[in-house]
Design a protein around this ligand. Structure first.
Ligand SMILES: Cc1cc2nc3c(=O)[nH]c(=O)nc-3n(C[C@H](O)[C@H](O)[C@H](O)COP(=O)(O)OP(=O)(O)OC[C@H]3O[C@@H](n4cnc5c(N)ncnc54)[C@H](O)[C@@H]3O)c2cc1C
Length: 233
Protein backbone atom coordinates (compact mmCIF):
# COMPACT_ATOMS: atom_id res chain seq x y z
CA UNK A 1 0.00 0.00 0.00
CA UNK A 2 1.49 3.40 -0.95
CA UNK A 3 -0.53 5.26 1.72
CA UNK A 4 -2.72 8.24 1.04
CA UNK A 5 -3.06 11.83 2.17
CA UNK A 6 -5.97 14.29 2.19
CA UNK A 7 -4.59 17.79 1.69
CA UNK A 8 -5.86 21.00 3.30
CA UNK A 9 -5.07 24.41 1.85
CA UNK A 10 -8.01 26.13 3.50
CA UNK A 11 -8.19 26.80 7.29
CA UNK A 12 -11.69 25.31 7.58
CA UNK A 13 -10.54 22.14 5.80
CA UNK A 14 -7.48 21.94 8.06
CA UNK A 15 -9.73 22.16 11.14
CA UNK A 16 -11.93 19.45 9.65
CA UNK A 17 -8.94 17.16 9.05
CA UNK A 18 -7.74 17.70 12.62
CA UNK A 19 -11.17 16.79 13.99
CA UNK A 20 -11.30 13.74 11.70
CA UNK A 21 -7.91 12.67 13.06
CA UNK A 22 -9.23 13.07 16.63
CA UNK A 23 -12.16 10.80 15.76
CA UNK A 24 -9.77 8.24 14.23
CA UNK A 25 -7.70 8.26 17.42
CA UNK A 26 -10.79 7.76 19.59
CA UNK A 27 -11.78 4.66 17.60
CA UNK A 28 -8.25 3.24 17.62
CA UNK A 29 -7.14 3.87 14.01
CA UNK A 30 -3.41 4.15 14.62
CA UNK A 31 -2.23 4.24 11.03
CA UNK A 32 -3.51 7.80 10.48
CA UNK A 33 -1.59 10.94 11.44
CA UNK A 34 -1.44 14.64 10.63
CA UNK A 35 1.43 15.64 8.34
CA UNK A 36 3.18 18.88 7.38
CA UNK A 37 3.42 20.21 3.80
CA UNK A 38 7.04 18.98 3.71
CA UNK A 39 5.91 15.47 4.62
CA UNK A 40 3.21 15.65 1.95
CA UNK A 41 5.97 16.38 -0.57
CA UNK A 42 7.76 13.23 0.63
CA UNK A 43 4.61 11.12 0.36
CA UNK A 44 3.62 12.42 -3.09
CA UNK A 45 6.53 14.39 -4.63
CA UNK A 46 4.51 15.65 -7.57
CA UNK A 47 2.16 17.67 -5.36
CA UNK A 48 2.81 21.41 -5.30
CA UNK A 49 2.54 22.26 -1.58
CA UNK A 50 2.47 26.04 -2.03
CA UNK A 51 -0.28 27.33 0.26
CA UNK A 52 -0.91 23.90 1.77
CA UNK A 53 -1.49 23.93 5.54
CA UNK A 54 -1.15 20.21 6.19
CA UNK A 55 -2.73 16.87 5.55
CA UNK A 56 -4.20 13.73 7.06
CA UNK A 57 -2.13 10.71 6.07
CA UNK A 58 -2.98 7.04 6.47
CA UNK A 59 -0.41 4.36 5.69
CA UNK A 60 -3.21 1.87 5.04
CA UNK A 61 -4.62 3.76 2.04
CA UNK A 62 -4.04 2.14 -1.29
CA UNK A 63 -5.63 0.57 -4.32
CA UNK A 64 -6.12 -2.93 -5.63
CA UNK A 65 -6.76 -4.70 -8.87
CA UNK A 66 -10.56 -5.17 -9.02
CA UNK A 67 -10.30 -8.14 -11.39
CA UNK A 68 -7.89 -10.03 -9.13
CA UNK A 69 -9.89 -9.15 -6.02
CA UNK A 70 -13.17 -10.34 -7.52
CA UNK A 71 -11.58 -13.61 -8.56
CA UNK A 72 -10.12 -14.10 -5.08
CA UNK A 73 -13.68 -13.87 -3.73
CA UNK A 74 -14.84 -16.30 -6.41
CA UNK A 75 -12.11 -18.75 -5.43
CA UNK A 76 -13.12 -18.54 -1.77
CA UNK A 77 -16.82 -18.97 -2.61
CA UNK A 78 -16.06 -22.01 -4.80
CA UNK A 79 -14.23 -23.63 -1.88
CA UNK A 80 -17.47 -23.24 0.10
CA UNK A 81 -19.46 -24.98 -2.69
CA UNK A 82 -20.64 -22.03 -4.81
CA UNK A 83 -21.00 -22.23 -8.60
CA UNK A 84 -20.10 -19.33 -10.86
CA UNK A 85 -21.97 -18.71 -14.12
CA UNK A 86 -20.51 -15.91 -16.23
CA UNK A 87 -22.29 -13.78 -18.86
CA UNK A 88 -25.77 -14.74 -17.77
CA UNK A 89 -28.19 -11.87 -17.21
CA UNK A 90 -31.05 -12.06 -14.75
CA UNK A 91 -34.12 -11.02 -16.74
CA UNK A 92 -36.92 -11.56 -14.21
CA UNK A 93 -37.45 -12.15 -10.49
CA UNK A 94 -40.62 -14.04 -9.59
CA UNK A 95 -41.72 -14.49 -5.96
CA UNK A 96 -42.58 -18.10 -5.04
CA UNK A 97 -45.38 -19.25 -2.74
CA UNK A 98 -42.76 -20.69 -0.34
CA UNK A 99 -41.21 -17.21 0.16
CA UNK A 100 -38.30 -17.85 -2.18
CA UNK A 101 -37.64 -16.56 -5.67
CA UNK A 102 -37.53 -17.90 -9.20
CA UNK A 103 -34.57 -16.09 -10.67
CA UNK A 104 -35.09 -16.21 -14.43
CA UNK A 105 -31.81 -15.91 -16.30
CA UNK A 106 -30.81 -16.10 -19.94
CA UNK A 107 -29.58 -19.64 -19.25
CA UNK A 108 -32.53 -20.91 -17.24
CA UNK A 109 -34.29 -20.44 -13.92
CA UNK A 110 -32.58 -20.72 -10.55
CA UNK A 111 -34.61 -21.21 -7.37
CA UNK A 112 -33.28 -19.07 -4.54
CA UNK A 113 -34.19 -18.72 -0.90
CA UNK A 114 -32.83 -15.16 -0.88
CA UNK A 115 -31.75 -12.78 -3.64
CA UNK A 116 -29.06 -10.16 -3.01
CA UNK A 117 -29.20 -7.16 -5.32
CA UNK A 118 -25.54 -6.48 -6.12
CA UNK A 119 -26.34 -5.05 -9.56
CA UNK A 120 -24.16 -1.94 -9.17
CA UNK A 121 -24.94 0.42 -12.04
CA UNK A 122 -27.98 -1.72 -12.87
CA UNK A 123 -29.28 -2.14 -9.30
CA UNK A 124 -32.26 0.12 -9.99
CA UNK A 125 -33.59 -2.13 -12.77
CA UNK A 126 -32.96 -5.26 -10.69
CA UNK A 127 -34.89 -3.70 -7.80
CA UNK A 128 -37.81 -3.00 -10.10
CA UNK A 129 -37.89 -6.69 -11.03
CA UNK A 130 -38.75 -7.35 -7.37
CA UNK A 131 -41.20 -4.45 -7.20
CA UNK A 132 -38.79 -2.17 -5.33
CA UNK A 133 -38.05 1.35 -6.59
CA UNK A 134 -34.57 2.05 -5.21
CA UNK A 135 -33.67 5.73 -4.79
CA UNK A 136 -30.38 5.40 -6.67
CA UNK A 137 -29.17 6.98 -9.88
CA UNK A 138 -25.92 6.84 -11.85
CA UNK A 139 -23.85 10.03 -11.88
CA UNK A 140 -21.34 11.10 -14.50
CA UNK A 141 -17.75 10.88 -13.29
CA UNK A 142 -14.52 11.34 -15.15
CA UNK A 143 -10.91 10.54 -14.71
CA UNK A 144 -7.81 11.13 -16.75
CA UNK A 145 -4.98 8.69 -17.26
CA UNK A 146 -1.70 10.27 -18.28
CA UNK A 147 1.11 8.86 -20.30
CA UNK A 148 4.36 8.10 -18.50
CA UNK A 149 5.79 11.00 -16.49
CA UNK A 150 9.59 11.01 -16.26
CA UNK A 151 9.66 12.22 -12.64
CA UNK A 152 7.46 9.31 -11.59
CA UNK A 153 9.29 6.72 -13.66
CA UNK A 154 12.51 7.83 -11.93
CA UNK A 155 11.19 7.05 -8.44
CA UNK A 156 12.00 3.72 -6.80
CA UNK A 157 8.63 3.56 -5.05
CA UNK A 158 4.98 4.21 -5.78
CA UNK A 159 3.80 7.75 -4.98
CA UNK A 160 1.16 8.08 -2.27
CA UNK A 161 -2.47 8.71 -3.15
CA UNK A 162 -3.38 12.39 -2.80
CA UNK A 163 -6.84 13.86 -2.36
CA UNK A 164 -7.16 17.61 -2.80
CA UNK A 165 -10.71 18.69 -2.04
CA UNK A 166 -9.93 22.37 -2.70
CA UNK A 167 -8.55 21.34 -6.08
CA UNK A 168 -11.50 18.97 -6.78
CA UNK A 169 -9.15 16.09 -7.51
CA UNK A 170 -7.72 12.80 -6.34
CA UNK A 171 -4.80 11.03 -7.87
CA UNK A 172 -2.75 7.90 -7.69
CA UNK A 173 0.05 6.34 -9.67
CA UNK A 174 -0.97 4.29 -12.71
CA UNK A 175 2.00 2.46 -14.24
CA UNK A 176 4.61 5.23 -14.63
CA UNK A 177 1.98 7.92 -15.00
CA UNK A 178 -1.00 9.13 -13.03
CA UNK A 179 -4.69 8.53 -12.76
CA UNK A 180 -6.43 11.77 -11.90
CA UNK A 181 -10.05 11.76 -10.79
CA UNK A 182 -12.05 14.96 -10.90
CA UNK A 183 -14.81 15.76 -8.41
CA UNK A 184 -17.36 17.34 -10.73
CA UNK A 185 -18.43 20.82 -9.66
CA UNK A 186 -21.58 20.42 -11.73
CA UNK A 187 -22.55 16.83 -10.98
CA UNK A 188 -24.85 15.38 -13.61
CA UNK A 189 -27.24 12.47 -13.46
CA UNK A 190 -26.92 9.91 -16.20
CA UNK A 191 -29.67 7.59 -17.42
CA UNK A 192 -31.83 8.13 -14.36
CA UNK A 193 -34.21 5.44 -15.51
CA UNK A 194 -31.44 2.88 -15.51
CA UNK A 195 -28.19 2.33 -17.36
CA UNK A 196 -28.39 0.43 -20.68
CA UNK A 197 -27.87 -3.31 -20.13
CA UNK A 198 -25.04 -3.36 -22.65
CA UNK A 199 -23.18 -0.36 -21.16
CA UNK A 200 -19.56 -1.35 -20.60
CA UNK A 201 -16.34 0.26 -21.67
CA UNK A 202 -17.85 3.12 -23.66
CA UNK A 203 -16.51 6.60 -23.02
CA UNK A 204 -18.87 9.36 -22.04
CA UNK A 205 -18.38 12.87 -23.40
CA UNK A 206 -15.46 14.43 -21.57
CA UNK A 207 -15.63 18.04 -22.75
CA UNK A 208 -16.34 19.49 -19.30
CA UNK A 209 -13.74 17.48 -17.44
CA UNK A 210 -10.84 19.51 -18.75
CA UNK A 211 -12.51 22.68 -17.49
CA UNK A 212 -12.77 21.03 -14.07
CA UNK A 213 -9.21 19.74 -14.28
CA UNK A 214 -7.81 23.20 -14.90
CA UNK A 215 -8.84 24.19 -11.36
CA UNK A 216 -6.70 21.40 -9.91
CA UNK A 217 -4.57 23.93 -8.14
CA UNK A 218 -2.03 21.53 -6.73
CA UNK A 219 -1.93 19.28 -9.75
CA UNK A 220 -1.59 22.01 -12.36
CA UNK A 221 2.19 21.78 -12.54
CA UNK A 222 2.39 18.21 -13.70
CA UNK A 223 -0.84 18.35 -15.73
CA UNK A 224 0.86 20.76 -18.09
CA UNK A 225 3.73 18.34 -18.41
CA UNK A 226 1.65 15.26 -19.16
CA UNK A 227 -0.83 14.62 -21.93
CA UNK A 228 -4.04 12.88 -20.93
CA UNK A 229 -5.75 10.01 -22.69
CA UNK A 230 -9.56 10.18 -23.09
CA UNK A 231 -10.34 7.59 -20.44
CA UNK A 232 -13.59 8.40 -18.75
CA UNK A 233 -16.66 6.75 -17.32
C1 LIG B 1 -13.97 3.50 -14.47
C2 LIG B 1 -14.29 3.39 -12.98
C3 LIG B 1 -13.28 3.65 -12.06
C4 LIG B 1 -13.55 3.52 -10.70
N1 LIG B 1 -12.54 3.75 -9.80
C5 LIG B 1 -12.75 3.57 -8.50
C6 LIG B 1 -11.70 3.72 -7.54
O1 LIG B 1 -10.57 4.06 -7.89
N2 LIG B 1 -11.96 3.50 -6.23
C7 LIG B 1 -13.21 3.11 -5.81
O2 LIG B 1 -13.40 2.89 -4.61
N3 LIG B 1 -14.22 2.96 -6.67
C8 LIG B 1 -14.03 3.17 -7.99
N4 LIG B 1 -15.06 3.03 -8.88
C9 LIG B 1 -16.37 2.70 -8.35
C10 LIG B 1 -16.45 1.19 -8.07
O3 LIG B 1 -16.03 0.50 -9.22
C11 LIG B 1 -17.89 0.81 -7.76
O4 LIG B 1 -18.32 1.58 -6.66
C12 LIG B 1 -17.97 -0.67 -7.40
O5 LIG B 1 -17.48 -1.44 -8.48
C13 LIG B 1 -19.39 -1.05 -7.12
O6 LIG B 1 -19.38 -2.43 -6.84
P1 LIG B 1 -20.67 -3.28 -6.94
O7 LIG B 1 -20.29 -4.69 -6.64
O8 LIG B 1 -21.75 -2.64 -6.12
O9 LIG B 1 -21.17 -3.15 -8.45
P2 LIG B 1 -20.43 -3.51 -9.82
O10 LIG B 1 -18.96 -3.64 -9.64
O11 LIG B 1 -20.95 -2.52 -10.83
O12 LIG B 1 -20.98 -4.95 -10.15
C14 LIG B 1 -22.33 -5.14 -10.55
C15 LIG B 1 -22.36 -6.46 -11.27
O13 LIG B 1 -23.72 -6.86 -11.46
C16 LIG B 1 -23.83 -7.42 -12.75
N5 LIG B 1 -25.24 -7.29 -13.17
C17 LIG B 1 -25.98 -6.17 -13.29
N6 LIG B 1 -27.23 -6.46 -13.68
C18 LIG B 1 -27.27 -7.81 -13.82
C19 LIG B 1 -28.30 -8.71 -14.21
N7 LIG B 1 -29.53 -8.30 -14.57
N8 LIG B 1 -27.99 -10.02 -14.26
C20 LIG B 1 -26.75 -10.48 -13.91
N9 LIG B 1 -25.74 -9.66 -13.52
C21 LIG B 1 -26.02 -8.35 -13.49
C22 LIG B 1 -22.91 -6.58 -13.62
O14 LIG B 1 -22.55 -7.28 -14.79
C23 LIG B 1 -21.73 -6.39 -12.67
O15 LIG B 1 -20.82 -7.44 -12.79
C24 LIG B 1 -14.84 3.15 -10.24
C25 LIG B 1 -15.84 2.90 -11.19
C26 LIG B 1 -15.58 3.03 -12.54
C27 LIG B 1 -16.68 2.74 -13.56
Amino acid sequence: MPGGVIIASDPARWEWLKSAWAVFQSVGIETARLVTPEEIKQICPIVDVTGVLGGLYDTNEGHLDPYGTTHAYVGAARKRGADLILRNRVVELKPRPDGGWNVVTEKGTIVAEHVVNAGGLWAKQLGRMAGVDLPVTPMEHHYLVTEDIAEIAALDREVGIAVDLEGFTYLRQERNGLLLGVYERNPKHWNMDGAPWDYGMQFALWGSVLADATVCIHAAGWLKAASASPSSN
